[in-house]
Design a protein around this ligand. Sequence first.
Ligand code: ADP
Length: 423
Amino acid sequence: MSKLRLGCIADDFTGATDLANNLVRRGMRVVQTIGVPSSPLASDADAVVIALKSRTIPAEQAVEQSLKALQWLKEQDTQQTYFKYCSTFDSTPDGNIGPVIEALMQALDTEFTIACPAFPENGRTVFKGYLFVGDVLLHESGMSKHPLTPMTDSNLVRVLQAQMTGQVGLLDHTVVRQGLPFMRDSIQEMRQQGVKAAVVDAVDDADLLTIGLAVSDLKLITAGSGVAIGLPQNYGIQPDNQASALPTAIGRQAIVSGSCSVATNAQVTHFKQTGGASFAVDPLQLARGDDVVARAMAWASTCDPSSPLLFYATAEPEAVKAVQQQLGVAEAGHIVEKTLSEIARRLVEGGVGQLVVAGGETSGACVQALEITQMRIGPQIAPGVPWCHAHSPYALGKGVHVALKSGNFGSMDFFTHAFELLH
Ligand code: ADP
């Protein structure tokens, strides 16, 4: 086994995949784990990303989970630790990003780190410490109305300072633009002044590459997924298609969709309109106790085995609202997730080897039903969505290719494009 260089802790599942995807594109071989693993990695990798579900939980619990992940990384002797949060710095009013950063710093016995959620490719830039989403400031972007993590202040120095006891500083764009030696000197000065965490400006990939070089000797980096593009170079790793190589895909192809986001609705419609075979899962039938899974399997057995099959609960907002009014939001979500994940498991048991899942929560439910604990990250299908290969006790030969798409990702032809890419 070669040495694991970078150990990452991500505060949610699709964020972990996003980070892993960026590392792979820059040449690292990456394994993502679901939660803290109970044993060493099953396969060779340059980096590991541990996916937690800590974004919205109380700070104490987030700290505890993150320290547990760090302990496992230390046991694997990783060289550098990366704490990944959302590129919109999503945190609750009580804020657990700051407490997690300080706990990781203490456990790693380090006095200084950076904080940089910038991901210019996806429109997230930081300038003078202010976070922009596209052309507007974070608090004007709709994030102020987020149901779980409303962000009402775009000044990251202020936001992070409110969450930390140690001093927060700013490495602004004039510093980053002057290049590596100047940036290193500025970091040194900040450390001497007692700054514990510096928010770093970045408006494009060139900035991220400079930042990557400047933080090569930090024990801890905290960032969105963008800063990751500047790190593989520190280990002498260059972009290389081999990094995303996965075993040959085998078996039937299927899509399970529980996302009702705008992009997914368009993808489902496009798939059906272009002749794709599909099976609709109706939440009200589920609530009545109909055996929809058995019907779905019976339908699948009559279909052409060489074409992908789509199973979907995806619906337009009015239809979803009507279902939620009858069943309640949580119950509707729960029965749909339970059914779709059961369908996914039965499909894989029945010989599906290439599975696309649409929806963040739906993906979580399917991964759990398939008892997947580790995934090797492969080629990118769309920004933020790679193909992965995972072991599952339900898969023929125990291996399955999965693509987990969070709701609003991917173009209209995402489903067919995904399968084309594998072959
Ligand atoms: P996204 O990534 O688009 O947010 P998720 O899978 O995270 O997708 O969330 C979608 C939620 O909506 C899931 O809990 C899913 O079970 C639920 N759901 C899917 N279809 C329907 C439907 N027709 N009616 C009500 N709820 C639904």
